[in-house]
Design a binder for this molecule. Structure first.
Ligand SMILES: Cc1ncc(COP(=O)(O)O)c(C=O)c1O
Length: 435
């Protein structure tokens, strides 16, 4: 049965006398725009959820596009914490943080600082706001060295920095040698190296100790965005219950690194299912950022419900986080083993819960999206120009709230997909440690 036409966000209608720039702009994003118009998995309106299932139009699908890695969005204990905070604090503190921070922020920042084992933390509403405001301050008119595949929001922060006179240098993705080549010839007073932690497309992490060592040797700050690692990976211990490590205290602790010369950024809106983000940095930098980075003074804060769910999530993470992470690893491992057995390539060599499957022929993306949708599997489509043409495909994200039956449905569908379409043949195997 064909899928009922799902509701969409309203299309914008061209006015007959609009100038040519709209057409030129649409032409430059034609693949993406075509996908948005023609594919039920792009720009969809979700009418209802039930666990990790979502309803679009009259069709129920299993959601493998969620970043709620620990399933905290559906956790009854966390949801039940909200009313007592709202009762006490109202729904929303509309002061900017400099004008007045509810004491909940102190509790959250102390909780995050203890979990991460860093000097201090500063909470702001989103990572995007942090990059836009903090990168220009830390760059200080010197040079920013940015990984070619760093997240788009890091690039936006770099662009703001460049408006203020900072030089921008790009180094090849995850390539410490290329970075060192650029560092060696740089004569700036301040140097900032910007990169992702766990990569949002490949699911892999950079060799952080190598980059941290370079930052220390060349008197640079290593600025790491671990939006996808925080809550999922953490400190390694002999008694750990999964290869993700323990406590979900992120890539720095996963690699047993110190915070020397590292400014660490992560969000709570993925694994912690709350609208907030934070910077882990020395206290002097935190105090400086309160006035030098605009959002602390000029932007609205996170809603009370999100401060409440963050506090509840920190507590649940302490008590049950490692059990959830172990389940998450097992489910992800099943998906990766299925691809291995099918001989299908994924760039994921880490075992972390982001599994991208590139297509052999990028033109198939629309049909592949519809094929998955019709079988009740909801994923993120990675279309050109968001990714290069040879990486066009789809991304599966696994969360602790996905049931074993949902993973069965995914692996059955991947088997069917591998028969119906050409996928890229298997490449390097996963790290033994994470497999
Ligand atoms: C690596 C990375 N950084 C930053 C962001 C943006 O985070 P926020 O929504 O907190 O601005 C995302 C969101 O998907 C991301 O994947």
């Amino acid at each position: 049965m064909a899928a009922a036409a799902p509701r969409r966000t309203p299309a914008t209608h061209a006015s007959p006398d609009r100038s040519g720039w709209v057409d030129r702009w649409l032409a430059s994003c034609a693949d993406l725009d075509e996908l948005r118009r023609s594919n039920p998995m792009s720009d969809a309106v979700i009418d209802e959820i039930d666990g990790r299932r979502i309803k679009i139009g009259d069709r129920w699908l299993v959601d493998f596009a969620s970043c709620n890695y620990l399933g905290f969005d559906l956790d009854r204990e966390i949801a039940a914490a909200i009313p007592r905070y709202v009762e006490r604090w109202g729904t929303h503190p509309s002061w900017s943080r400099l004008l007045g921070s509810p004491a909940l922020y102190t509790e959250i920042e102390e909780g995050l600082t203890a979990l991460l084992g860093c000097d201090d933390t500063l909470v702001l509403p989103t990572i995007t706001l942090i990059h836009l405001s903090v990168i220009p301050v830390l760059a200080g008119g010197g040079t920013v060295f940015v990984d070619r595949r760093a997240h788009k929001t890091i690039y936006e922060g770099c662009q703001f920095a460049s408006i203020r006179g900072t030089r921008i240098e790009r180094f090849e993705h995850d390539d410490a040698e290329d970075l060192e080549r650029l560092l060696r010839k740089d004569r700036s007073k301040t140097r900032l190296i910007c990169m992702d932690g766990v990569n949002s497309m490949t699911g892999n992490a950079p060799e952080l100790p190598v980059f941290a060592e370079l930052a220390r040797r060349y008197e640079a700050i290593l600025y790491v965005d671990d939006a996808h690692g925080f809550g999922v990976i953490g400190e390694r211990r002999s008694e750990e219950t999964s290869p993700y490590g323990m406590r979900g205290n992120s890539i720095v602790r996963y690699f047993g690194e110190s915070y020397e010369n590292i400014v660490f950024v992560a969000g709570l809106s993925k694994a912690y299912s709350s609208l907030a983000a934070f910077i882990a940095c020395p206290t002097e930098i935190k105090q400086l950022l309160k006035t030098a980075a605009p959002p602390y003074l000029y932007s609205g804060p996170s809603p009370v419900a999100s401060l409440a769910t963050t506090l509840a999530a920190l507590d649940v993470n302490d008590r049950r986080g490692d059990v959830l992470r172990t389940g998450l690893w097992e489910k992800t491992d099943r998906v990766l083993r299925c691809l291995d057995e099918l001989g299908v390539y994924t760039p994921n060599v880490s075992g972390f819960p982001i599994v991208e499957v590139p297509l052999a022929h990028h033109e198939d993306i629309g049909d592949v999206g519809r094929f998955l949708f019709e079988r009740g599997i909801y994923v993120t489509l990675a279309a050109y120009p968001l990714v290069p043409r040879h990486e066009v495909g789809f991304r599966v994200q696994i969360t602790a709230a996905n049931t074993d039956e949902e993973i069965d449905k995914l692996t059955d569908t991947l088997q069917e997909l591998a028969v119906a379409f050409d996928l890229q043949p298997a490449g390097p195997r996963r790290n033994e440690a994470a497999a």
